[in-house]
Write a protein that binds this ligand. Structure first.
Ligand code: ZN
Length: 371
């Protein structure tokens, strides 16, 4: 019998080579070349922990496939797709703002988008109740005509359009808990009332000019975009308060037929790029809360697409917590960092954090009510 939770992964995801880097900067004459932050390591170790913990044995493996040119064009311009293909074939290079690919990355990025499509197929057709697509390269920063922020193709955008156009799904909600703003996903659906996009992120991180509370959607998509730009330093309490007071009420009001999590694990207290304090317990409880809403709205349908997360030590434990929650099982592995991280200051909701949550919560009543 199939297990309730699907897992998409593929060895080739780890072969995408973003080149060298220097923190979040390009290498320059004074910024010494280092390993690129968006390396395979944290994702490979995430998969490794799923296997050694035994949880992988409780999941239904779902094979990815290549997204077709038509599917890529659900979001991207033909000129951009052709440019990525040409640069990939020529051995790699720059495809946009903070986005570099290596040889063969075009097909790996197609497999990344196609892995998210396969996860949607499995959930919407009822093969599994929910699924996690542990894909690479990530997608939530990619714009229609350029790569951005380590992202090549908008994996979640393409998978959502597939759900709507090939599988007849109507209303979809995206919850982006990556520490960075989900600008690409927001752009894709900004004028679309059928997709509610919610991004909870570190205020003015990346992109620094996106993700403000004032952006609530445009034209026909008015009030179907919700940004929650939490101040740097927000932790377990602020994230769960934001969920309880803004994210969950927004979802319950919108009544999606499918929930997509763009799952960056870079809001953790150990992430080298983020400045937030989340732990594996935060990710576990956020997942459980979304599952309760999905049970109420859409027969538990959740698809998570992997995005950022740069702590080689901690991404695996945050990811394991998400998958334990999705599958309703606890593995033998315990988070060796959790007790110390939860003992640190920074987990109580502070007034300047609560004011952002209050402002986001006040926008919920504007969201068009579904069904
Ligand atoms: Zn990120």
């Amino acid at each position: 019998m199939a297990h309730n939770t699907g897992l998409v992964c593929h060895e080739r995801y780890f072969w995408h080579d973003a080149g060298s880097g220097a923190g979040f900067s390009e290498v320059n004459p004074y910024a010494q070349p280092d390993r690129h932050p968006e390396s395979p390591d944290s994702k490979r170790r995430f998969l490794a922990l799923l296997e050694v913990s035994g949880l992988a044995d409780e999941l239904t493996r779902i094979a990815p496939r290549l997204a077709t040119p038509t599917e890529l064009q659900y979001f991207h311009t033909p000129a951009y797709i052709d440019r990525v293909a040409a640069i990939s074939a020529a051995g790699g290079g720059v495809i946009g703002d903070s986005a570099t690919i290596g040889p063969g990355s075009f097909d790996i990025a197609r497999l990344s988008a196609g892995g998210c499509i396969a996860a949607v197929d499995a959930v919407v057709t009822g093969q599994v109740r929910n699924a996690y697509a542990l894909v690479r390269p990530p997608g939530h920063h990619a714009e229609s005509d350029q790569g951005r922020g380590y992202c090549v193709f908008g994996n979640a955008v393409i998978a959502i359009r597939h759900a709507q156009r090939a599988l007849g799904v109507g209303r979809v909600a995206v919850v982006d808990w990556d520490v960075h703003h989900g600008n690409g996903t927001e752009t894709a659906f900004l004028e679309d009332p059928s997709v509610l996009t919610i991004s909870i992120h570190q205020d003015r991180h990346y992109p620094t000019d996106r993700g403000q509370l004032s952006e609530t959607g445009q034209s026909a998509g008015a009030h179907t975009n919700l940004n929650i730009p939490l101040p740097a330093g927000s932790g377990h309490g602020a994230y769960l308060a934001a969920f309880d007071q803004a994210v969950l009420p927004a979802l319950l009001r919108f009544q999606p037929e499918l929930i997509v999590i763009t799952s960056g694990l870079d809001a953790s207290a150990m992430d080298p790029l983020g400045r937030m304090m989340c732990t594996s317990a935060t990710y576990r409880e956020m997942t459980q809360r979304l599952m309760a809403v999905a049970d109420a709205c859409c027969e538990g349908r959740i698809v998570a697409t992997h995005e950022g997360g740069y702590s080689n030590a901690y991404v695996p434990f945050c990811g394991l917590a998400v998958l334990e929650a999705l599958s309703g099982r606890r593995s033998a592995a315990t988070d060796p960092y959790l007790e110390e991280l939860m003992s640190m200051a920074g987990h109580d909701v502070l007034p300047h954090q609560q004011s952002v949550i209050d402002a986001a919560a006040a926008l919920v009543s504007e969201i068009p009510a579904g069904r």
